[in-house]
Write a protein that binds this ligand. Structure first.
Ligand code: JF8
Length: 263
């Protein structure tokens, strides 16, 4: 899997050399390219921002360097058969989910466009979405297939797309074969298939007694059927309390993912 990131703050991405992801890169399971947007400017001040049309606070990122940067990182590199995804983190995107992370892994190439200031001129997403629609109907299935995903990491406003990009990279990379020690563990994650889209309940390790608190007896019972039933009930209870938004009851209650393509 290859991930390219375009940013005005390349040094935000130095932690990718650490831990699981660092090892995935060293072992050749993951390739990451970090690109400074300013290399695609052509003025002495290497300008990437301008005032918004219609007025309003702050500055926007101008589309000109973004078009050059994304043409080069997205379209000039030979795209893999599974195609490429352009991910644009934005607070107005649809929520990034575990399903999105899985889809990124099955796509060969991901380009993440990190905005700053008040975001990126809207024509950048519009332009590549139009190109994505043009390639979707291409005669040759092996021709460059492109998707565009405007996604949001969380319901809090960040100062730019870099932290979202780091989170998206980590969510995808840990799903790559061989990246986690235990090949089964992604199946058992919160949101994963074992918990059926629920969050996990509590878990415990030694010591059995700690500051007057005891590990639940069922976990020490050796009764694997009882343990599975207990964990399932705990996951349901915790999801109801912490994440009631994940409990979609009747079909049609799903809030859905309006106006966006799955990445
Ligand atoms: C930004 C560019 C985001 N969940 C999120 N909150 N805020 C952002 C975000 C993303 C990009 C830019 N400001 C300027 C905020 C995401 N994803």
């Amino acid at each position: 899997m290859r991930i390219d990131v375009v940013t005005i703050f390349p040094s935000y991405f130095t932690p990718l050399g650490e831990s699981l992801i660092g090892r995935a890169i060293t072992e050749g399971r993951l390739a990451v390219g970090i690109h400074d947007l300013r290399q695609w400017t052509d003025d002495p001040h290497r300008t990437v921002d301008d005032a918004p049309y219609g007025g309003g606070p702050g500055m926007l990122m101008t589309p000109v360097p973004w078009g050059r940067a994304l043409d080069e990182t997205l379209l000039l590199r030979p795209p893999p058969a599974a195609g490429s995804v352009l991910v644009i983190p934005t607070p107005s995107g649809r929520r990034f989910t575990q399903g999105d992370a899985e889809n990124l892994v099955s796509t060969g190439h991901v380009v993440i466009a990190c905005g700053r200031y008040e975001g990126i001129d809207a024509r950048v997403a519009e332009h590549y979405r139009a190109r994505a629609e043009a390639t979707a109907g291409a005669e040759h299935p092996e021709a460059a297939r492109l998707r565009v995903a405007e996604v949001s990491l969380c319901d809090a406003v960040l100062a730019g797309g870099e932290v979202a990009a780091l989170a998206i990279i980590e969510a995808a990379a840990r799903l790559l074969p061989g990246v986690l020690g235990n090949a089964d563990s992604p199946r058992e994650d919160s949101f994963g298939p074992v918990w059926d889209g629920l969050v996990e309940g509590p878990s415990y390790t030694r010591p059995e007694q700690w500051r007057g608190l005891t590990v639940p007896a069922v976990l020490r019972s050796g009764d694997h059927g009882a343990i599975t039933r207990w964990r399932r009930a705990q996951a349901q209870a915790r999801t109801r309390i912490m994440r009631p938004d994940l409990l979609r009851t009747a079909p049609g209650d799903d809030p859905g993912e309006p106006g966006a393509q799955a990445p």
